[in-house]
Every structure is written in C-alpha cells, then in structure tokens.
Design a protein around this ligand. Structure first.
Ligand code: PEP
Ligand code: MN
Length: 260
C-alpha cells in the first residue's frame, strides 16, 4: 500500500486506521461546529460534509455551495481537523480544491472520466467512491484515470452496490476490501452509512469492514439526525458514533490488513 500524506500531521499507511466522520451535508454554522468539536474531542481527525450534494430529486436540498465550503474551513480553523467534501463537476473543481484537504468524488461520478482526469491534475488526496453499479475492475480503471493524470494520492471507498436485495439501501461488498488490497496499491476505506440506509445497521457494517482489513471508515454523523436535510435516517447521533468509535478502536489494531 502506498502512503498517503493528508496534511502535515496526518498520513495513511500500513499501520494507520483513518476515521472520517461528519454530516452528510453542511447545513449551518451551528450544526457543523457542534459536530466537528465533539468528533475532535473523541479523536477523529478528518471531518466530512457535503457542500454540493448529488440528490436524486432536484427539489431536494442541494447543499450550501461555497457558503458550505466556508463553514467547513471555519470548522478546520477551530478544531485542526482536515476536511473532505464532494466535487460534482469540473466547473466547481478549483473552488472545492481551494477549500478542502481531500477531494471526494461521489458514487455517481465514479466513471465521470473528464472529472477524474481533471482532479488528477491537482496535488490533493482524492477519495474515490465506487459507483453503485460499478465492478471492482471498473473502480480500479477509474482510479487509474486519476493516477495517470499525475495524482497518486487516491483513497478508494466501498460504499455499497445495487443488488437484487432491497431491504438495505445498498449491499456493502465487503469482499472489495481484500480484493482491492490485492489488486491496487491504494488504501481502501469503508462507508457503512450509505449501504445501511438506516442508522442501526451502520455499526455492524463498520465492524465487518474493519474486520475485512479496511484502512479506515467514513461515517455520517449529525447532531440531530431527525432534522437532517439529507440522508436523515442513516446518520448517527454523536453518542451513537461514540459507541461505534470505541468498539472500532478496540478491534482495528488487532486486524491484519490482508495486504497480499
Ligand atoms: C455522500 O457521501 O454523502 C454521498 C453522496 O455518497 P455516495 O456518493 O457514496 O452516494
Ligand atoms: Mn449522504
């Protein structure tokens, strides 16, 4: 696995386990500050939060845009956390890049090759989410679009795929973890929030991903999930996340990462 430097204090490597947490979307100053401070107190070093949101329905909350990016920067200034946020198109790429420490490419853009090539020209780590209709080899192809454009700092994310099962929002493909470790040099993290779809399945999926040898977790946490403007039913409360975090802290250090 290649080492990925995120900022001067933070690096992903064979021994590290990266915890990324925060709301699905940045909604207000109060919301993002509250969650960031509590997460930092727990020991979480990377804050997630979408300012540009890919929504199935155009009537749904689309994110705060640049104002949301500015709120994330305020949270970084207050807490020292690194920030990761999604870019949806080449049009907003330089804007998102300017504010973030890690650029997120969402599931729906996993095969947006022009966006992948553009993001590959920047000197920032990229969190590349697997498309929910993409095979593992397609995800690897997408990662190469970024690395061959000059940016080798790619973090792969398994976030669930579409199967015939509808009882969960998506099906978490745990086998992606050892397979990707075998076939690529990039770290692999698990997003248990989006496949779960509801908060009570998030912890067991996080445990499964960790046991499979993931290099980290990205999890949605909201100070008041019931009021969330997106992905309300899958976001964890701060105490729920704390419970999960304590369990992960106990198991992550004893799991081999199955690097072949
Ligand atoms: C998200 O992280 O909030 C998100 C939209 O994820 P995905 O692209 O995996 O659906
Ligand atoms: Mn979400």
């Amino acid at each position: 696995m290649i080492n990925i430097k995120i900022n001067k204090n933070l690096e992903m490597n064979e021994k590290s386990f990266l915890m990324i947490a925060g709301p699905c979307a940045v909604e207000s100053k109060e919301q993002v500050m509250e969650v960031a401070k509590k997460l930092k107190e727990m020991g979480v070093n990377v804050l997630r939060g979408g300012a540009f949101k890919p929504r199935t329905c155009p009537d749904s909350f689309q994110g705060l845009g640049e104002e949301g990016l500015k709120l994330l920067v305020k949270a970084r200034e207050e807490t020292g956390m690194a920030i990761v946020t999604e870019v949806m198109d080449t049009e907003n790429l330089s804007l998102v890049e300017e504010y973030s420490d890690i650029i997120q490419i969402g599931s729906r853009n996993c095969q947006n090759f022009s966006l992948l090539k553009e993001v590959g020209k920047y000197d920032k780590p990229v969190l590349l989410k697997r498309g929910f209709g993409n095979t593992i080899s397609e995800l690897i192809g997408s990662s190469k679009y970024i690395s061959q454009s000059g940016n080798n700092r790619v973090i792969l994310v398994e976030r669930g795929i579409r199967t015939f099962e509808t009882a969960t929002r998506f099906t978490l493909d745990v086998s992606a973890v050892p397979l990707l470790h075998e076939k690529t040099e990039f770290p692999v993290i698990i997003d248990p929030s989006h496949p779960a779809g509801v908060s009570r399945y998030v912890e067991p999926l996080a445990m499964a991903g960790t046991a499979a040898g993931a290099d980290g977790l990205i999890i949605e946490v909201h100070p008041n999930p019931k009021e969330a403007l997106s992905d309300s039913s899958q976001q964890l409360t701060i105490p729920e996340y704390n419970h999960l975090y304590e369990k992960i802290k106990r198991i992550a250090p004893i799991i081999d990462k199955y690097v072949i």
